[in-house]
Design a protein around this ligand. Sequence first.
Ligand code: MN
Length: 737
Amino acid sequence: MVSSPALQPIEIPTWLGECLATPLPTTGPLEEKALIRAAFEFAHQHHREKEQKRASGEEYIVHPIAVATLLHSLGAGPEMLAAGLLHDIVEDTQASLEDLEQQFGPGVRSLVEGVTKLSKFNFSSKTERQAENFRRMFLAMAQDIRVIVVKLADRLHNMRTLEHLGEDKRRRIARETREIFAPLANRLGIGQFKWELEDLAFKYLEPEQYRQIQELVVEKRSDRQLYLDQAVLTFRQRLGEAGVAIADISGRPKHLYSIYQKMQRQHKEFGDIYDLSAIRIILDTDRERDCYTVLAVVHDSFKPIPGRFKDYIALPKPNCYQSLHTVVIGESGYPLEVQIRTLEMHQVAEYGIAAHWKYKESGGSNKPGGDDEKFTWLRQLLEWQSDLKDAQEYLDTVKGGLFDEDVYVFTPKGDVVSLTRGSTGVDFAYRIHTEVGNHCAGVRINGRMVPLNTQLKNGDIVQVITQKNSHPSLDWLDFVSTEAARSRIRQWYKKSCREENINRGREILEGELGKNGFETLRKSPRLLAVAERCNYQSVDDLLAALGYGEVTLGLVVNRLRDAARPESSALEMPRPMRETGEVWRPKSPILGVEGLVYHLAGCCNPLPGEEIIGVVTLGNRGISIHRQSCENLHSIPGDRLLPVTWNDHDTNRGRPLTYPVNVQVSAIDRVGILKDVLARLADSSINVRNVNLTFNEELVSIDLCIEVKDRDQVERAFAQVRKLQDVLSVRRVCREA
Ligand code: MN
């Protein structure tokens, strides 16, 4: 106990008490427990000098201690614990970031700095889409993911003590928690934080429903407990006979918010909800297949409900969560959910990315500020992921948020816009609207006029000044960073100066071929063939493109030479570039490849509406268009990647009517499963080109090649197939390139 004559004594948790008993070195850097002790004393002193109190009336230091204790429960290292103790110091007291760096090193400083920065944002979002942008901005701004974890702990303690605030503030904070913080905790896989944040937000946002469910849970508790105890006993016996080592088996009430969500989803009344509890079986082994042995015992003890089995071991959730879930009919005749997992899977489910700290850093070998503490978990995560196919999505979100080259800025109204790093006010203007970009006359960043080529930083508030008679300048092409801005500036020039551009293109070509040569060529079909080969629809389009520099003279001349050679295939309809790909000639449905030959990659089959990227192929086979999530991109060096997007305005001109897509359906093998899957696809008017079945014990993997119009059609069809009984998962697959 630390006490002062004027104040109430403060409760010191055991872990902190141990640190406080550690002597402080007289010289040299602070490490481990000494670092934590010094951080505590610093925070205590500074908050006390300000005579700061929590809304509860307690001494302020109670809050940093609680935050650090939450972090300690996740197995955080000394830097994070120190940052937890110091996180409100800069915001609330006289101490500066420089003071922190001097006393505790650059690592602690940057964590506190990150948390302080994030605290400045007001996340009162308007739409689901904006909420996602906020979450991404959060990830991007934090850079070091530990900042987010500290912030989550901060929020969790604030939610636990929310009752001391006024109604308006409570609702605002609770909504923010539901929209931003709980999903972030989920994304990082920290189940412990996620559930509690959700339940607390529920309590303040829908107090009436919260109370009803809480009462319901209490009311049925004794009956339910009896029935759970019986089931646990049965499982214990049966598993003992089977010789499986069990670390823990227990019944637990489900989280109130998850019960509420289920009622909403299934339109059920309170009385209709029976499975208020679940049994969790944690195996004392790291062998996955023992989980399936346990599953067999469970299904042998009680009757399973068909269609409710979920194999998150073979197909982990995007945040790495693994478990087997099944629902059986218990002795009372009511459904009972059973979750089966190994100890390691349990750690990941509870602590997410922090599970790694638990394993590796309890020994505490990290130097303050060292690369180690910051990135080992990430490397570990990547290693886990590399053998999990379906985890790509998780990587895209977490890693994307951390390393991806995005910058997040605000509109004057407070909406978040994400742009590629290096973007300028002009990129921002074109993102708002093409016409805003085309009439952009100036840009204000954080209220100050800046040159148009000023690069935007995270958190900037950007305002575009438009004028009716302003128009794009070709110089803008030198500094804009987004492909959308680039192509729209070109488009404007294309449209506004078309005659001029055609004339200039003609002059350029005449200069090369002579006037007569050009006229002869113009009358032959050769020039049109060349235009089409370069993805233009007409000779004028080609000349205009040549005129303002979208294609080079060299390229046109080369194509003409190719076309002149009798053995050349350039004049024929282009052949598929490879067996699985297709060549397109029409005017670009894809932006960013103007003047280039390109094809859709056969490995990942990109569809309109999906995020795509171009790869410059080796061996002169043009640009290959992949989905951004294509697994084969990992081995491609960055300098061969080309930013491309679907042309939203090119509705259907020259596009193929359907696209091939490779799909894998994983299901429990039963009579008629293939027929059911095919019937669902046929119902969605989807043609199936190819089917291949692979059997693995009770499971069947159905690999299909289907033909679809666009992403929406795929998603609708997937939803239909997922509804089928015994279907475990439906997903797009990437073939190896
Ligand atoms: Mn705080």
